[in-house]
Design a protein around this ligand. Structure first.
Ligand code: BGC
Length: 526
């Protein structure tokens, strides 16, 4: 573990088992494989000869059919993401994940048995709903379960799993696309049941997050969850300390009253600023145009005159997977702000170059090679920065009482823009419609320029802080540009120390009144 300590420079902060923290975080990240595979598989499926023969009368999908079948998944995911808190705030983060997997499996089965467009579309909506629920639970679970020294890296693994899912989908499609039977599409679709099964089995052994149990007033379970997650004994002083901090912070937040969805948009606790940051970062992540490559890349490279677009699609996926790795390492070293800024600059330059070269010298061999090269630098810049960081940021910037709802709204924003882009792109590039070809990259390039401005003005540096310290950061630093120099001043417990026994002796292990009186929070005290 020496390398880890050097890498994250967090020697003094690392408490409990490092291997366990990493393994648990990485396992939950596996949900990303479902997400990536499901979104990635359709573009290849729609270009398969057998599929075109089975699902269309003319032997070709029209632009509107392609648009509907591709984008309908994101409509389901949008609704799923927004409704996820109904399960996560009541039944828990863990049960919510189970439910999302079951719904996902139903959708996959419907798609597998489909032989006409209607059932395929219904199956995609249902599977999408499951993926949507899952997409807002995974970063939430990871942020709440991981220790602070590795939280960013753990959530970034979710993104890595998404990229692996996308790559797997491209590989499986490549393996089956020449088949002249229903196995061509049934194999890649049905394989997704395996990903869901792995996640379901693993979740049987994982606890719910300590923060969920604290929210439910069950300290006994919160303590036992912390012990499992950190690999520490219940009487360990680190368990005690972390639990006390979570409880004290939650009690302070409760003084703002009961939370509803509207509270996610209220100005108190700087929530409006936080939710705007989360919604915009997710929207911009989609507006970078990354899914233009992953949903329609095959068609785009083909129409740009590039031979063997399928291989190029495979290459772009491999770049995506490999370049996410430096992102995972850098998120705790360079921090959120720097990485997002560097990434936005890299994407902006690459996309404008693709647009200019593709427009100025279309169809020349040299231009095609340059087009591919800069598409790859664009993907690399995305993969190492905005891909993982959009999820890291939304997982960690919200206060506990509205965290699940806020993460859900932000994931909803991601899927809404995902849907819009998936829906309009066929019209933008179709030869009989707008026929923009490479010019479409002027749009994405312009959006990445907005990414630069947005990060500079609005994204706070949260590296190395606990979720509770991030609350203090938002409460005390008004300008995101100054957030890097923030040093957490007070822990709740330094202000109003309340030993956990004081309320955990309560019969139901629920939080007693004592803490509510004692804990007035740092704002008044500092
Ligand atoms: C995005 C997806 C995208 C993927 C690409 C994710 O973070 O939310 O829409 O397909 O990254 O790696």
């Amino acid at each position: 573990m020496g390398i880890l300590q050097t890498l994250f420079k967090a020697d003094e902060d690392i408490r409990g088992s490092k291997a366990r923290a990493i393994l648990i975080g990485m396992f939950v990240a596996f949900g990303g494989v479902l997400f990536g595979y499901d979104t990635g598989t359709i573009s290849g499926i729609l270009t398969m000869d057998f599929v075109k023969k089975t699902f269309t009368d003319s032997g070709e999908f029209t632009a509107s059919e392609t648009s509907l079948i591709t984008s309908i998944l994101s409509a389901g995911t949008f609704v799923g993401a927004m409704l996820a808190p109904l399960a996560t705030d009541t039944l828990g983060r863990r049960l919510g994940l189970f439910i999302s997997c079951i719904i996902f499996c139903v959708g996959v089965i419907l798609q597998t048995i489909a032989t006409e467009q209607a059932l395929l579309i219904v199956g995609r909506v249902v599977a999408g709903f499951g993926v949507g629920v899952l997409s807002s639970i995974v970063p939430l679970y990871q942020s709440e379960a991981a220790p602070k020294w590795i939280r960013g890296a753990v959530v970034s693994c979710y993104q890595w799993a998404i990229t692996i899912g996308l790559l797997l989908a491209a590989c499986v499609n490549e393996g089956t696309h020449k088949r002249n039977d229903s196995g061509s599409y049934r194999i890649p679709i049905a394989l997704q049941l395996l990903w869901a099964l792995i996640l379901i089995v693993g979740m049987v052994f994982l606890p719910d997050t300590p923060r969920f149990h604290v929210m439910k007033g069950d300290l006994k379970k919160a303590r036992s969850s912390l012990c499992t997650l950190r690999g520490l004994r219940p009487e360990d002083k680190f368990v005690e300390e972390e639990l006390e901090e979570i409880v004290a912070n939650y009690e302070y937040e409760k003084t703002f009253g009961k939370s509803t969805i509207l509270d996610c948009f209220k100005t108190g606790n700087h929530q409006l600023k936080r939710i705007t940051t989360g919604i915009v970062i997710q929207a911009l992540q989609q507006l970078t145009g990354i899914n233009f490559i992953f949903y329609y890349g095959t068609q785009f490279f083909k129409s740009s005159g590039i031979n063997n677009p399928f291989t190029i699609q495979l290459i772009t996926n491999i770049v995506n997977v490999i370049c996410t790795l430096p992102g995972i390492a850098l998120v705790e070293l360079a921090g959120r702000r720097r990485l997002l800024l560097w990434g936005a600059v890299g994407m902006c330059v690459s996309e404008f170059l693709v647009a200019i070269i593709g427009t100025a010298v279309p169809n020349s061999t040299a231009a095609n090679k340059t087009l591919i090269a800069f598409s790859c630098t664009f993907i690399a810049s995305f993969a190492a920065t905005w891909g993982p960081l959009a999820w890291v940021v939304v997982g960690e910037i919200f206060p506990l009482r509205v965290r699940a709802k806020s993460v859900a709204i932000c994931a909803g924003s991601n899927w809404l823009f995902n849907f819009v882009i998936a829906f309009i792109t066929p019209y933008l590039v179709d030869e009989d419609r707008a026929n923009l070809r490479s010019k479409v990259f002027f749009i994405w390039g312009g959006c990445t320029f907005l990414c630069i401005l947005f990060v500079y003005l609005f994204v706070y540096e949260t590296k190395g802080l606990t979720l509770e310290e991030i609350d203090e950061l938002y409460d005390t630093v008004t300008d995101a540009r100054k957030s890097r120099s923030f040093v957490p001043t007070n822990k709740f417990l330094e202000v109003a120390p309340i030993p956990v026994e004081q309320y955990s002796s309560n019969e139901n292990n629920s939080l007693g009144e004592g803490i509510e009186k004692a804990n007035v929070g740092y704002i008044e005290k500092v």
